[in-house]
Design a binder for this molecule. Sequence first.
Ligand code: ADP
Ligand code: MG
Length: 294
Amino acid sequence: ATPTALMVGTGRGAQLGILIKGPEVLESTRRVDTVVLDKTGTVTTGRMELQDVYVADGDDEEQLLRLAGTVEHASEHPVARAVAEGAAARTGGPLPAPEAFENVAGLGVRGTVEGRTVLVGRVRLLADAGITFPGELADAMAEAEERGRTAVAVAWDGTARGVLAVADAVKESSAEAVRELRALGLTPVLLTGDNRAVAEAVAAEVGIDEVHAEVLPQDKVAVVEELQRRGRAVAMVGDGVNDAAALATADLGLSMGTGTDAAIEAGDLTLVRGDLRVAADAIRLSRRTLATIK
Ligand code: ADP
Ligand code: MG
């Protein structure tokens, strides 16, 4: 391999908005035949907004928003930002910081507000705390998910109190990017911690057939490894802390420049502007660079 061609490829990458960790990275793209895409923040904008508030019988909407918004205030997660901002807007004031706060990766948050233990996140987060989720709330959640929203449960003092539905948009360039990746002979796969209904809705919108939903952060790696065991050479594109291990495990890790530092550090390449079409540019560039070397 001529180092010069690799250096030229690296320089051309910078012009396209691709930061390459080292020239040898281009070599790893040679065999890649599968591209695993994270959903939130990678295929979608990740800028979620609070859409619907569903309060259990006998509970108060204003209190639900105040308690949920206050715990979420302490989290960086896109769902958390949507809940905190939406709650502040709807209750007409800035929310205080929670008295205690803990992030539960891939499930939600747990915190103390006004002396109460508050949970916001997946139903599994409540179940793990021994809190039952009544049919009334499950119906509200299912209905929101059918409409493509990410719905999270809210509980305090050991009782489920309501459901908050947030939604973000698919990036304008995502469908085009998936077409370009397919044209390069890559099979696209959607990988997300979000619920199945939302994942299927996003996959259909951008043209992806293979969907892995409700995957916990630590299990994203297992999905990549399973694909590799079946003989696939995997590129992974992600933006979150929860994608870092999978980015490192993949044959080629592409991180969104708009994402977290953990993802950027774990990746081999960074797509500076967070545009998924540049992932196709990166594969095309490295194939061309390698062809020059031969
Ligand atoms: P993705 O893989 O799509 O980037 P995550 O693994 O970050 O998604 O999150 C998976 C799911 O866990 C979210 O869709 C949401 O239901 C729940 N969740 C995670 N963090 C939070 C939070 N701070 N507040 C509420 N729900 C959360
Ligand atoms: Mg993400």
